[in-house]
Design a protein around this ligand. Sequence first.
Ligand code: DC
Length: 228
Amino acid sequence: MRVRDGGPIVTVDGPAGAGKSTVARKMAQKLGFLYLDSGAMYRALAFKALQHGIDLRDESQLAGLLESSQIDLVGNGRHEPQVWLDGEDVTDLLRTPEVNASVSLVAGFRMVREEMVRRQRSLASVGRVVMDGRDIGTYVLPDATVKFFLTASLAARARRRLNDLLALGFHPDLEVLGEEIRHRDALDASREVGPLRQAEDAIVIDTTDMEVDRVVDMMVEYFRQRVS
Ligand code: DC
């Protein structure tokens, strides 16, 4: 077992819709750990760039915008995690179709990723955290205590995204959503910096036909075995 200065670190990576954020959040709650949603940081930057009318293909403008932005991931496990941008709660504004469509582009730039990774490492350094994302176990926190990689079929992932969006009041087409996820997966997996990749030492869980709580229980049990 490897434990960092502040305590154990759990990483949860995988493609969009594999269930990472739901299970990572629940796992953090069960362990009494902090939940850190790295995707929300990229989403917050994409949201701010859209708000400011910044060209999403302009790497240095985006990096400059990030430099002057404060992104806080707030949550102590007792209530739903929140994302604050420059002192404002933007939690409910980060999962819109506009942000979904822009975030992969923003997350693809080296200058943006370097700064995000620096911030993510600093956030995780306190230990007793669960962080989810795409490159957390491979690049951001390669010496994490326990690493998970979640997968699910494209159909299952599209259905989950549909339910998320319906809950937010949007009515997207399931087929279009599937295509968007496929496209985003391809972008996330093929980019040069911080691509979506499974760490060699990650435990892989296919969540296609699994209830959320079953996945969480498995992960918690595995974690406890590893740290005991
Ligand atoms: O997990 P999510 O859907 O909220 O992630 C939003 C986007 O950010 C997604 O396109 C992938 C990207 N991302 C990333 O590149 N690296 C991470 N560690 C987390 C998310």
